[in-house]
Design a binder for this molecule. Structure first.
Ligand code: ADP
Ligand code: ADP
Ligand code: ZN
Length: 216
């Protein structure tokens, strides 16, 4: 099964992808996480991406397409995957369709997490992540059961993304509407687009997603 979660920064793509990974035995492919790993490693790709990411601008299509096409060749993707943060432009969507067609595959569902932009600033500026296992949290909306201790792995170290600042978020929201929202029409035409209410609480969004996806 191949799923795509779409929505602006803060919509809940990462949070829900992690839940769907477990529920359906799929692997989450987050281009944002892959790029942050490239920046941390100091690779050529990371060097090219860093300044763009810091500003909240998109990284050029060709770099992203090369990165994801290499990733989906890996063995762990054979059982299916969840795309989180890719495609983000029409050329990326077209490149994805060509990559999948080459393998005799196609997208099962493109699901839009529909949200109010105004609420996204609060979600993004309150977001943090376990430094060890990557589980996501929020200062107000998703606190660990014991303050300062990761629910999943017990780590006490957490990180916040450098680009999760209010002015960068505004730019990322603008980039979403200008460059990414047009691909909703693309997937609607393909007959694979659904939408769920991303303003509902986290468990309710997961339930809606499972309703769309059905049994594995
Ligand atoms: P995205 O990957 O789409 O940018 P995240 O999944 O990282 O978004 O979610 C952004 C922040 O909002 C995180 O801190 C997360 O805990 C929180 N969050 C996610 N979904 C919801 C929701 N439905 N209601 C409230 N907060 C949420
Ligand atoms: P969010 O969780 O807020 O939606 P991501 O982690 O997906 O953000 O992306 C962080 C940054 O990485 C983006 O602002 C952009 O600079 C870059 N990026 C991630 N995915 C893509 C993509 N598919 N195309 C271009 N740039 C991307
Ligand atoms: Zn953890």
């Amino acid at each position: 099964m191949i799923l795509l979660l779409m929505g602006p920064p803060g919509a809940g793509k990462g949070t829900q992808s992690k839940r769907l990974e477990e529920a359906y035995g799929l692997v989450q492919l987050s281009t944002g996480d892959m790029l942050r790993a490239a920046v941390a490693s100091g690779s050529d790709l990371g060097k090219q991406a860093k300044a763009l990411m810091d500003r909240g601008d998109l990284v050029p299509d060709e770099l992203i397409i090369d990165m994801i096409s290499a990733r989906i060749e890996q063995d762990d993707c054979a059982k299916g995957f969840i795309l989180d943060g890719f495609p983000r432009t029409v050329p990326q969507a077209e490149a994805l369709a060509a990559m999948l067609a080459d393998k005799g595959l196609s997208l099962d569902h493109a699901i839009e997490l529909a949200v109010d932009d105004d609420a996204m600033v609060k979600r993004i500026t309150g977001r943090y992540t376990c430094a060890k296992c990557g589980k996501g949290y929020h200062d107000e909306f998703e606190k660990p059961a014991k303050e300062g201790v990761c629910d999943k792995c017990g780590s006490t170290e957490f990180t916040r993304r450098a680009d999760d600042k209010e002015d960068t978020v505004r730019n990322r929201l603008d980039a979403y509407h200008a460059q990414t929202a047009p691909i909703l029409a693309y997937y609607k035409d393909e007959g694979v687009l659904s939408d769920v209410d991303g303003m509902a609480d986290i468990d309710a969004v997961t339930a809606q997603l499972k309703g769309v996806i059905g049994q594995a």
